[in-house]
Design a protein around this ligand. Sequence first.
Ligand code: NAD
Length: 257
Amino acid sequence: MSMNGKTAVVTGSNSGIGLGVARELARAGADLVINSFTDRDEDHALAAELGKEFGVAVRYIQADLSKAEEARALIEKAGVCDILVNNAGIQHVAPIDEFPLEKWDAIIAINMSSAFHTTAAALPMMRKAGWGRVVNIASAHGLTASPYKSAYVAAKHGVVGLTKVTALETAQEPITCNAICPGYVLTPLVEAQIPDTMKKYGMERDEVIKKVMLERQPSKEFATVEQIGGTTVFLCSDAAAQITGTTISVDGGWTAL
Ligand code: NAD
């Protein structure tokens, strides 16, 4: 489906899944607003490169999504938001009784509350345009739990709940809201953990990936950023117009276990 004439705002999109999603939306013809909390020359250069590669308009807008007012300002500055992809997220791993308060607050703010603020700011724009799609990048951890990931699991379950409420509040309008729940995705962040994990377990790369990192992913394959992007494009298509308030797992069977 062509998304010519639509503008997509993708949060946390200067790397990883967000960038992969932005690329697939641009490939489908959407203009883009990409975002992160940094304001480096390379962030703006990335926007220019994407625009050139796909022949669409791409703007980079800096916003620190740990702050409510900046999350809302991102959408206001975008000015138009037909497709909103809430993707920005961070992780911290520690037992509950040792979990640093500032990490809990940051994860809840960035991974969950920012999606509330951007959605609140974007819905009036979607209503005015008479069409809208909200795609929340949750996680297999929005449906299941792992020890030591209290803030992340709480935030991602929260995002799944917010997805359902947004869908119900827009059910009689041409607006949908769904969550994608990826399993382990090979992003630069995950790639960077491989050498250390190889050392820690004294294993080769393939063994570390299959036995340690993908222990809970029955396919024993990473999901790719292109697959998450393709799923987003599908959720924005006419075929998905009656899909709302649900989760789509892209997790190699993780949540079937
Ligand atoms: P990543 O670190 O490559 O990307 C995270 C993005 O969020 C980056 O662009 C970063 O700049 C941005 N970001 C972080 N803090 C921000 C802030 N305060 N304000 C604005 N932007 C901020 O990680 P990723 O693996 O691509 O993760 C993207 C999303 O996918 C996250 O929500 C993550 O929880 C989710 N996810 C990832 C995996 C995986 O295996 N990689 C699996 C399931 C879900």
